[in-house]
Design a protein around this ligand. Sequence first.
Ligand code: HEC
Length: 202
Amino acid sequence: MRIFSLLGLSLIVIGLSGCANFPTRSRPIEIFDDMDRHEKYKAQTMYRGKGLFADDRSNRMPVVGTVAVGHLKADDAEYRGIVNGQYLGKLPVKIDAALLKNGQTKFNTYCSPCHDRTGSGQGVVAKRSLWLPTNLHEDRVVAMPDGEIYDVISNGRRTMHGYRFQVLEADRWAIVAYVRALQRSDRGTIEEVPAELRADLR
Ligand code: HEC
């Protein structure tokens, strides 16, 4: 008698503990299907011979030339840094402290691993490889129009990859402004530093 009640108890415990969910390759016994499967068309799927439309698709393709709201990016100056085939001389956004601060954050994140935080091209990647990031204080880079630096960030150049998928357009211009600030500080003289701050220079 005792053995039967023990057996009964263990069956109840097993039943209640949800052991029906142990991993198995066979399909579980299904009493009610709970609407697990039903006739429907899934989005962006081809249904050979029985699609919703004549081309077997369940959706229509967007009309050729469709642009999502806010993605037109028609302004060449703002989005490409190039106008009539010429690099834009000056950045098309207002330079203020907030822009430079953002540029500093983004430069330190995306550029400093190679170009280092001062822009001299001695970042950790450069130190540990034979790869030579450009020194951004070179006369050639200082003389570049703002639009050309924007273009290098967007599309890369020679061995440097572009960062257009990582860095938004507005942040690219902020980086350009910050690169200019770095270049300016690199060319600064001690006379330009207010006398009371000179002691802080290292
Ligand atoms: C993964 C490393 C790496 C990162 C990150 C990187 N660069 Fe470069 N960059 C290079 C290398 C390498 C070159 C030299 C390319 C060459 O001459 O082949 C270069 C060249 C340049 C040049 C000079 C292009 C020329 O015409 O000589 C500029 C300007 C520049 N980088 C800006 C940036 C800015 C701004 C960022 C951040 C958005 C950035 N780079 C991020 C590696 C990097």
